[in-house]
Every structure is written in C-alpha cells, then in structure tokens.
Design a protein around this ligand. Structure first.
Ligand SMILES: Cc1cc2nc3c(=O)[nH]c(=O)nc-3n(C[C@H](O)[C@H](O)[C@H](O)COP(=O)(O)O)c2cc1C
Length: 397
C-alpha cells in the first residue's frame, strides 16, 4: 500500500495518536502523551472543550467562505499555528524541519522549542511569523546570547514560556524511567526492542543532541542530559521585572505563553507583550489547574484590544478551534495533535492532518452560519454575539 493510500484512512487526531503509539517505544510515547500528576488538568482541557457546544444556524448564505485571517502580523490560511513541542527530533529524525515545511505548505506558521534538536539557522524560512520559544535562564548573559542567535537566524517572533518556574512532575515518566533511557535496564531494552522501526531509524541517524547545548560542555553529551541541564537553568525568579528586561532586549513581536488568569495577562501586557497564550502547558505542569477553555473568556475580557489572544490545550479537531475563537481567542496553537501526526506518520502525515483540521474547521463554521473567521473577532470587539456562540452546555456556564 502506498503512503498516500495508507494515510487516506486517517480520519481524526486519534488515528494519528494510535499510529504514534504503535511506532514509538512506550517510554517516548508516554512522554509525549502524558501530563503532570493524575493528569486531571490534561483530561479537563479535552473534556471541557467537548462540553463547550456550538450553535448550528440555518437559513444563511454560507456559499462563500474563508478561513484565513491575520494574527501575529501575518495573514495565515487558518487561525492555527504549530506550537513549541520539545524533543520532536527524538520521536522521528528531522521532525522539526518537517513540521516547519508542513506548516508552510498549509499556509500557517510554526514555533521552534528551546528543547529542539534542529538549529534555528537550519529551518526553512516561512511567511514571517515563525517563532522561537524561549525559557529565560538564570544566566541572563546566556539568555541574551540565545536572543541574538535567534534574531540573526531571522525569527521575528519570540514566545517566552512562563509556566515552568519548576518542572511538572509526570508520573508516567517516573514509572518508565525516562531519565535512564541512555542507561537502559531490561524493561527499557525490551520496550526499545519491540519497536524495531524506531530503533533502526535511530541507528541510521545517530543519537540527537539539543541544539541550544552546542557550546555548553557542562550540559553533558546526550539529549536527555542536556535537557535536564537546560531545565535546571530555567530561572524560577523570573517575574514582571524579568519580563520588562526581556521586552527591552527583544525588538520583534513578544508573546507570553502560559497565562491562565486575567491578572497575569494584564501584567504581561503592561510589560509590553504583543500577545498572550492562554495555556497550562497541555496539563504537563500544575495538575489541578483549570482547563484553558474555562480560563479563556476571563483573559480575553482582561486584555482583548490591547494584545492578541492565542489559545492551546486539548485542540484535536477543527471544531475545537472554532470553540476557542468563539470564546475569545484570535488563533490556536497545536501541541500533541501535530506531534502525534509527525511521530506516527511523518511529514506527509502532518500535511494530511492539517488538511483534515482545515476541512473540519470549514464545515463547523459553515454549519454555524459563519462565513469569515476574522468576523468573529470583529463582532466581539463591537460587543456583538457572533453566530455559533451561545453554546448549549458551555464549559463557562
Ligand atoms: C512533548 C511535549 C513537549 C513540549 N515542549 C514544550 C516546550 O519546549 N516549550 C513550551 O513552551 N511548551 C511545550 N509544550 C507545551 C505545548 O506547547 C502546548 O502548550 C501543549 O502541548 C498544548 O496542549 P495539547 O498538547 O493538549 O494541545 C510541550 C508539550 C508536549 C506534549
């Protein structure tokens, strides 16, 4: 069967998730799939989006429709962006460049994680709103050097992630012994051996290294050692003054990722953020935090008009994107959804997934009587209720 035929049978994010589960050793799949603690926040992101209804509208002319719209200063084919996902290069060789290529092909942009394997200089250039995601480090000289490198590489947008003062504790990773993967015990060896396709690819391409750790010999020699080193360098003292420090040093667009309440959103915007991302890191940090779709209206009300509002957490279908827009977002970031597609079915799989997402978004909008997604934000700014909103069983009711 050709790759095209095989992929034609993929009809949802869950299909790609299962493909990723089959292809990846369990230790890596659980790292991608799992969340912090009892994973209640991770589950709530999805469950609350499912509970958020859409209101169908009839007797409207929806024969001419468009999904495109402007956010982060650039016109996108749909209000979607690939968010920062670390370790993509561990799931499949070349995944970060593949993600950028697939995003550009779909008319959207992508964000490179600090935990990436691929150097920012080596990524394909897109339409102008591709972004780099930064963690502010205790060593501000090192942070400044990263900013300069990323600006030289041509990135105009910086995402600074602010919900990782300390690392979330992920039970699946502890149980699986993720940190021991380079010194594997029998259980890990058996896991690796039962995924020969992944092992063969790793043997062909060699073990990856973290691109930021180039020139940091004290970070260690393997990706996981380097990732642990970087995690330990993230500054837990990073606060409002730190954000103002960063704003003064980054000339491009600044996006603050990891906002879950109005007060933090106002601080970010007062410090000069151009946009905030309503995010709880996909439930990978504070288990017990509320779902992002619940937090979104409060943040939108606090800063809408002063900054753009991006949203992530639990987006698996086009209808989820529409729900986020109707609750105050200007655009959505994908996290696990696109990583499943890449890990399970490669670049072609991600292209198919993005096409599927666009088709679902188009159908959902049309059935809600919406012909332009840009119109949703306009209606909101004018205090009008857009069609499609007014959900039956809203998470925010
Ligand atoms: C495996 C994995 C790695 C991630 N790495 C990063 C990262 O390096 N930086 C960051 O800001 N967020 C990171 N995130 C969080 C995502 O950017 C995003 O907030 C989250 O995945 C959204 O939730 P969803 O996966 O349910 O869509 C990561 C998420 C996953 C699943």
């Amino acid at each position: 069967m050709t790759a095209g035929n095989r992929l034609a049978r993929f009809a949802s994010c869950e299909d790609f998730r299962r493909a990723a589960q089959r292809r990846l050793p369990r230790i890596l799949f659980d790292y991608l799939d799992g969340g912090a603690g009892g994973e209640t926040t991770m589950a709530a992101n999805i469950a609350d989006l499912e509970r958020t209804g859409l209101e169908p509208r009839a007797l409207r002319d929806v024969s001419s429709r468009t999904l495109d719209g402007t956010f982060l200063g650039v016109r996108h084919a749909m209000p979607v962006m690939l968010g920062p996902v670390g370790s993509l290069g561990l799931f499949r060789a070349g995944s970060e460049a593949a993600a950028f290529r697939a995003a550009h092909r779909a008319g959207v942009s992508a964000c490179l994680s600090s935990f990436a394997v691929t150097r920012p200089e080596d990524l394909p250039q897109g339409s102008g709103s591709d972004a780099f995601q930064l963690y502010v480090l205790k060593d501000r000289g090192r942070t400044q050097a990263i900013l300069e490198r990323v600006a030289r590489a041509g990135f105009g947008t910086l995402f600074v992630t602010v919900d990782t003062a300390v690392s979330g504790i992920r039970e699946r990773d502890l149980r699986n012994g993720l940190r021991r993967i380079t010194r594997p015990d029998l259980r890990i060896l058996a896991d690796l051996a039962s995924h020969p396709r992944w092992c063969m690819e790793r043997l062909r391409h060699g073990l990856p290294a973290m691109m930021l750790a180039e020139g940091w010999p004290e970070a260690g020699g393997t990706y996981l050692e380097q990732a642990a080193f970087l995690a330990g360098q993230i500054d837990p003292a990073f606060d409002r003054d730190g954000l103002c420090w960063l704003r003064a040093r980054w000339r491009g667009r600044l996006v603050v990722k990891g906002i879950l309440c109005a007060q933090d959103a106002r601080i970010a915007v007062d410090c000069g953020a151009d946009a905030v991302v309503v995010s709880n890191h996909g439930g990978r940090q504070l288990d017990g935090a509320r779902s992002t779709i619940r937090a979104l209206p409060e943040v939108a009300e606090a800063v809408s008009g002063r900054a753009e509002i991006l949203f992530d957490g639990g987006i698996r279908r086009g209808g989820d994107v529409l729900k986020a827009l109707l609750n105050g977002a200007d655009a959505c970031l994908l996290g696990r959804a696109y990583a499943y597609a890449l890990a399970g079915a490669g670049e072609e799989g991600l292209t198919v997934f993005l096409r599927l997402l666009a088709a679902e978004l188009d159908a959902a909008a049309a059935l809600c009587g919406i012909t332009s997604l840009d119109g949703i934000a306009k209606d909101r700014r004018n205090g009008l209720k857009p069609p499609g909103a007014g959900a039956t069983d809203s998470a925010n009711a």
